[in-house]
Design a protein around this ligand. Structure first.
Ligand SMILES: Cc1cc2nc3c(=O)[nH]c(=O)nc-3n(C[C@H](O)[C@H](O)[C@H](O)COP(=O)(O)OP(=O)(O)OC[C@H]3O[C@@H](n4cnc5c(N)ncnc54)[C@H](O)[C@@H]3O)c2cc1C
Length: 377
């Protein structure tokens, strides 16, 4: 079988590795528009159980990645200068570039052909005569757009602007720090992802963004402004840019995940707001699910692609809906930051997706909850 994979992100690389590992006779080629050592953003975070699928299905890769992850047992919320530790929230992080390079190495070890600086914009079916074309080309997938009506694609933007920086200030765990100034409210999602760097994503609401005049600020002035807002958290360390600009998170969904021999993986198929830290995990789980479906129906690709969607789409839909509820919470953060007291605020944060209620939170985070009495109690 000849397989063309468009996009060398976590989805495309992990899928290619799995398939090539089990089928050395297949010809698998990944086309990545960037060079080997370039990527967007900084580190990404996984919840403890996000990597359970990997431990369960592919312990070898789990063991291979694990030593490169920074992990910690608690989550920190800073509100009105009060620091609250939420126990029992195991999280781990890794540099996005490091993750990609580890997966690239794994692909090359089993014989996947990686082509960098190679962007494919049209359907490569004709050009490369592939039996299977995997669109793992991320949020702005050009392949998805070619087949948008068959795939039932929808695309919209969330309201809150965010900007993805890094910093050399090393934090001790995943922290959500809320700060207010005369223009409005800001939230920083920040955590270390190796021994030298932390991710520092700043999110604000549309009103604050306008009041601050970010639309007309240069990149340097934007960074200076953000460093002032979070001066006490950064403790003099600068924010570092990687083509960092304000963006609004794209919500992507597809009713159908394949069209003929073309199949969608990861962000090309669906997105989940970064506040639930799941996009990379979903991308890798998709890769694993597609691999398993192909394995289950080795002589019938059409059935394998249907099986992949049947198994994966309902699971992803649940997480995407949770991510939408999380994003809506952030869109109301100005009101919540001002109206709630720190412990109520932290509890509101922890229950924002509707997947965890106060009873469940008592089990997950007993130390935090023992110090919390809900206003109605
Ligand atoms: C601010 C922010 C923070 C995030 N934080 C987290 C987090 O903490 N945890 C988490 O799990 N997820 C996080 N994510 C989400 C995560 O980055 C994505 O969900 C994940 O990268 C999806 O993997 P993917 O392989 O599907 O797509 P991508 O990682 O986007 O990879 C797609 C690849 O395709 C390439 N490509 C695109 N077009 C073409 C083309 N025409 N030809 C060839 N190559 C092409 C791109 O260069 C890219 O390398 C975050 C996202 C954002 C925006």
């Amino acid at each position: 079988m000849k397989v063309t994979v468009v996009g060398g992100g976590p989805a495309g690389l992990y899928f290619s590795y799995l398939l090539q590992r089990d089928h050395p006779e297949f010809q698998i080629r990944v086309f990545e528009r960037n060079s080997r050592d370039a990527t967007f953003g900084f580190g990404v975070v996984f919840s403890d159980n996000a990597l359970e699928f990997l431990r369960h299905d592919d312990e070898d890769t789990y063991r291979y990645l694990k030593p490169h992850l920074e992990s910690w047992p608690d989550l920190k919320i800073v509100h009105k200068d009060q620091v609250m530790l939420i126990d029992g929230i195991g999280l781990a992080a890794i540099g996005r570039l490091e993750l990609l390079q580890l997966l690239q190495r794994r692909c090359e070890q089993v014989g996947v052909q990686l082509s960098f600086n190679s962007a494919l914009f049209q359907s490569p079916l004709d050009q490369h005569k592939a039996d299977l074309v995997v669109a793992a080309d991320g949020v702005s997938s050009a392949l998805r757009r070619v087949y948008a009506s068959t795939l039932g694609s929808t695309e919209s933007r969330l309201k809150n602007p965010f900007i993805w920086y890094g910093t050399t200030k090393l934090f001790d765990c995943l922290s959500l720090t809320f700060r207010e100034n005369a223009d409005g409210v800001f939230c920083a999602h920040h955590y270390p992802y190796n021994k030298k760097m932390s991710t520092f994503i700043i999110e604000t609401d549309a009103a604050t963004f306008n009041n601050a005049g970010f639309e007309n600020l240069s990149a340097q002035a934007t960074r200076d402004y953000c460093e002032r807002v979070f001066a006490s958290d950064l403790e003099g360390r600068p924010l570092i840019s990687n083509f960092s600009t304000w963006r609004r998170f794209p919500q992507i969904w597809n009713e159908c995940w394949s069209a003929g021999n073309l199949v969608l993986l990861g962000d090309a198929a669906h997105t989940a707001h970064f506040s639930i830290g799941s996009g990379t995990r979903l991308a890798m789980e998709d890769a694993n699910a597609l691999f398993k479906s192909i394995k289950a129906f080795p002589n019938n690709l059409a059935t394998a692609l249907k099986d992949y969607q049947k198994i994966r789409q309902p699971v992803v839909r649940k997480l995407v809906n949770a991510a939408k509820r999380s994003a809506r919470w952030y869109e109301q953060m100005s009101v919540l930051v001002r109206s709630l007291e720190p412990r109520d605020f932290a509890c509101s944060y922890m229950t924002r997706t509707g997947r965890v209620d106060e009873e469940r939170l008592k089990k997950i985070a007993p130390k935090f909850m023992s110090s919390y009495r809900s206003p109605g109690a």
